[in-house]
Design a protein around this ligand. Structure first.
Ligand SMILES: *Cc1c(COP(=O)(O)O)cnc(C)c1O
Length: 387
């Protein structure tokens, strides 16, 4: 049986991508200077309802830069959820800081607010205007809030705690373009926010990232740091260590064309999610994605949970069988604190992360999926469930 493989999340290139890229090639503006970079930044800023945004080469670069701007120094600590793609944790390590892994909640699959509060109240103290971890006597500088799979975290209590403990908030909204928390786009709640335009994200630029910030001076600093910290470009004066993190005009051309289609993409993602929800809601052994009332999700990847008692091995088999039937399902990320480079770091009351990892399955959610693809995914899930 050779059926076409239904991938997890692939881009749809149906808009002005060709036209804009051709314009780059025809004019010779192919590199990191060119009109599309600014136009892409403006399009993203307008959508998010902010003044400005800084385009960078990847979402990971956006996170790295955001941590630098938040003033996270080597030897300090940063709180991050235990259930996340590895990128924000890597970025914390790039600046020489240590992650503190916090549990996630069943309600949002993001940072567990109660645990964050009890960790700060019991294990930390503010001296002057700095938060110290009483266990390690190190400074905790920031929280990286990761919004996963097109859901969002409960920002109000997180913001309140961050203020109380003098912590900067960096939102990792790489998966969250279009997600709203209480009616406002995520990425705009923290001191800094990072987006990704990797090929599998809601909007792609081939590769790319975007930094947004509350303060204008932080954005100006982001632009400076990500263009080699040029102080006098004619005389090659650089007064700080900079990075070559700028997006190219070609990538921005693709990104802009994709942003123009965002509303359509989101509509399609929603239809996919509704179809899955309708198909699975009465199935025993399947839990649907949570729907916290503070969040308007985008369902970047629609995910389900298998029954509570499932083992990792059984879940792996489940995914393997789906893959064999041509359904590109994937697991959640391996719990980060268990990976070799990160085993040395502190964890706090991690209880919900492991069961989510054990039970979670992401289903194909590409914008271009046809009804027959959706039907096939549902049929396969039901088949494997009965097996
Ligand atoms: C994709 C992703 C990133 C990294 O983005 P890149 O553009 O691939 O560097 C960061 N955080 C999360 C949660 C992601 O899913």
């Amino acid at each position: 049986m050779t059926q076409q493989y239904i991938p997890l999340s692939i881009p749809q290139i149906n808009g002005n991508e060709w036209k804009y890229v051709k314009e780059c090639l025809d004019t010779g503006w192919v590199s990191s200077v060119g009109p599309f970079v600014g136009r892409f930044e403006e399009a993203v800023a307008a959508y998010l309802g902010v003044e400005d945004a800084v385009a960078v080469s990847t979402g990971t670069a956006a996170l790295h830069t955001a941590l630098l701007i938040a003033g996270v120094n080597a030897g300090e600590e940063v709180i991050v959820p235990a259930l996340t793609f590895v990128a924000p944790v890597n970025a914390i390590c790039y600046v020489g800081a240590s992650p503190i892994f916090m549990d996630v909640s069943e309600q949002s699959w993001g940072l567990d607010v109660e645990k964050l509060a009890s960790f700060l109240n019991e294990n930390c103290e503010v001296r002057g205007e700095t938060c110290f971890n009483k266990n390690t006597n190190k400074k905790i500088r920031a929280i990286v809030v990761v919004h996963i799979l097109g859901l969002c975290c409960n920002m109000d209590p997180i913001t309140h705690l961050a203020k109380q403990y003098y912590l900067k908030i960096i939102e990792d909204a790489a998966e969250g373009m279009g997600v709203c928390y209480k009616g406002k786009p995520i990425g705009t709640f923290g001191d800094l926010g990072a987006f990704s335009f990797n090929g599998n994200k809601v909007v792609t630029a081939g590769g790319g990232g975007m930094i947004v910030a509350k303060k204008e001076k932080d954005l100006a600093y982001a632009r400076y740091l990500t263009t080699q910290a040029k102080d006098d470009p004619l005389e090659y004066i650089h007064n700080e260590i900079g990075y070559n993190y700028r997006l190219t005009n070609i990538q921005a051309a693709v990104g802009l064309a994709q942003m123009e289609q965002l509303q359509n993409f989101l509509q399609k993602k929603k239809q996919i999610a509704l179809y899955y929800e309708e198909s699975f809601k009465n199935l025993e052994g399947i839990t649907l994605m949570p729907m916290p009332d503070f969040c308007k999700p985008t369902y970047w990847l629609y995910a389900i949970l298998l029954r509570k008692q499932v083992t990792v091995q059984e879940r792996k088999m489940f995914i393997q069988k789906l893959n064999e039937e041509g359904v590109g399902a994937r697991s959640f990320w391996h719990p980060i604190y268990k990976l070799t480079p990160f085993q040395q770091f502190e964890t706090y009351k991690i209880e919900n992360t492991m069961p989510l990892y054990e039970r979670g399955i992401c289903l194909p959610s590409s914008v271009g999926m046809k009804m027959e693809d959706l039907e096939r995914v549902v049929r396969s899930v039901k088949n494997v469930l009965l097996y």
